[in-house]
Design a protein around this ligand. Structure first.
Ligand code: GLA
Length: 472
């Protein structure tokens, strides 16, 4: 194995160094075969993430607590003098994509992986009209559609590669905003958690991220006491697929709730109580008002679903205006099925109580109280299921089994609707846990053959960056 590669990877991966080195070596060879004219190459990587707690809080300006994974996107690339991006996927089923960078880059059909590359290129060309292209090969080891952020890792990985090849120097903290806004190109009205942790992650730490403005605190992990293990439900929830509408329904419900709350608070307490997102409630002046989150939610939102007409009426605007203002996506399309109601009471209750749980977990991590941390994870899962309605039978089965096994904590992670659960498992009992899940979930419940890639003990890595440079 090439010593230079192994040496560069040592600071990144704490496990499986040989297989990582083999992976990078194969990628370099593919690059050389694909682009024989390119002599000098650069290798970048961007990690996926697992969210420990704080689900669907980010786009509301409330905190999250994710950590990076050693599952990532690796890119070998050389700059081009023109504006073409040629990207070959190591995984043959994804094939090659080529496109020109220009002021407005047209999307591939919805669901195409190339849209994530275009999302980064579009975000950067908005800043640098002279952005040049690249020849690259890309390989991803984050399982797709599993809630571990394979798409944001691709956006961040492509973005930092294009940036560095174009000698653009933008501080990472600024890139967070650029790439989270940039990813909306694909059509999901997501928040900034995934891009932030992929960029700013740190080895052996979780991150507490606050938003608007982005602020990061590095938080201890229970390294010598518990392992963080993810189990893949095998129910695929791809951001670019059907999940897009389901996800957007959640984030747009919060926008509607916020508009109503803003009006109600101003009516009751005057202009200085105006809010522009739920996270504004962090301000000291709201402390008393939101002391009891359930009371607060019940005071301002009825339990039944709201219809867009009722909301428009309350806001004193036409229904069409409300649809345009609150239910239209960045790509100009209107959220599907807007006739179905919006349960604003439940959505707000989840977001506000989840915020409390994140703050609780930060405290528990500081105090080393991991059993308490785990309890909050179970509570978060229950709220994701009952109030945010993003669980599914597969995730319920996985969390139920983890509880039966005796996991300190377990919950769905990421956007929901499928994907993975994250589990806090006592050190020394990992293989028993894996055997238990293998038998009870994959064999008995899903009736499928088990593949070791379905369950992963999570190891943190540094945030996105240059791995090494090489020359023929
Ligand atoms: C997806 C989004 C994130 C976040 C999570 C839910 O991963 O990309 O911004 O909203 O869902 O917590």
């Amino acid at each position: 194995m090439d010593k230079k590669i192994t040496a560069s990877l040592k600071g990144i991966y704490s496990h499986g160094l040989d297989s990582q080195a083999g992976r990078y070596q194969a990628l370099i060879e593919m690059f050389k075969r694909a682009y024989p004219g390119q002599k000098k190459y650069f290798i970048f990587r961007a990690p996926g993430r697992v969210n420990l707690i704080g689900e669907h809080t980010d786009y509301n300006g409330l905190p999250v607590m994710p950590m990076t994974l050693d599952r990532d996107i690796a890119i070998v690339a050389s700059p081009r003098k023109d504006n073409l991006v040629n990207a070959k996927n190591f995984d043959e089923e994804y094939g090659t994509r080529s496109f020109a960078i220009k002021k407005t880059i047209e999307r591939y059909p919805s669901g195409d992986w190339g849209n994530y590359l275009k999302a980064s290129a579009q975000a950067l060309v908005n800043i640098n009209r002279n952005l040049k292209g690249m020849d690259c090969v890309i390989q991803g080891s984050v399982p797709k559609g599993s809630g571990l952020s394979s798409s944001s890792a691709l956006v961040v990985g492509t973005g930092i590669t294009l940036m560095r090849l174009n000698r653009m120097n933008i501080p990472k903290i600024k890139l967070v905003g650029i790439f989270s806004e940039g990813e909306k190109y694909v059509g999901v009205q997501g928040g900034g958690m995934d891009q932030t942790v992929s960029l700013m992650g740190m080895k052996n730490k979780a991150l507490k991220i606050d938003f608007f403005p982005v602020e990061i605190k590095y938080v201890a992990l229970p390294e010598d006491k518990y392992s963080v293990i993810v189990c893949n439900s095998l129910k695929v929830a791809k951001k670019s697929g059907k999940m897009k509408d389901q996800y957007n329904e959640k984030s747009l419900s919060c926008k509607l709730a916020m508009a109503m709350l803003d009006k109600k608070l101003r009516q009751e307490y005057g202009k200085k109580f105006a809010i522009s997102f739920l996270g504004d409630l962090r301000n000291k002046k709201f402390r008393k008002l939101i002391e009891d989150k359930r009371k607060f939610t019940d005071k301002y939102f009825h339990e039944e679903d709201y219809h867009i007409g009722e909301i428009a009426n309350f806001l004193g605007i036409k229904k069409e205006t409300a649809v345009k203002k609150y239910l239209t996506l960045r790509d100009g399309s209107v959220l599907g099925n807007i006739k179905a109601g919006f349960n604003l009471n439940k959505r707000v209750l989840h977001v506000l109580t989840e915020w409390d749980r994140v703050e609780g977990c930060v405290k528990m991590s500081k105090a080393g109280k991991w059993a308490e941390f785990g309890k909050l994870m179970y509570e978060s899962h229950a709220s994701c299921r009952d109030n945010y309605e993003i669980s599914c039978p597969e995730l319920e089965k996985l969390v139920g089994l983890a509880k039966r096994f005796g996991a300190a904590g377990a919950r769905l992670t990421g956007a929901g609707f499928g994907g993975c659960t994250v589990n806090l498992i006592k050190i020394g009992t990992e293989s028993r846990f894996i055997d238990f899940m293998k038998k009870r979930y994959y064999k008995e419940y899903l009736k499928t053959d088990f593949n070791p890639s379905y369950i992963n003990i999570c190891h943190t890595t540094p945030g996105a960056g240059l791995v090494l440079t090489g020359e023929e």
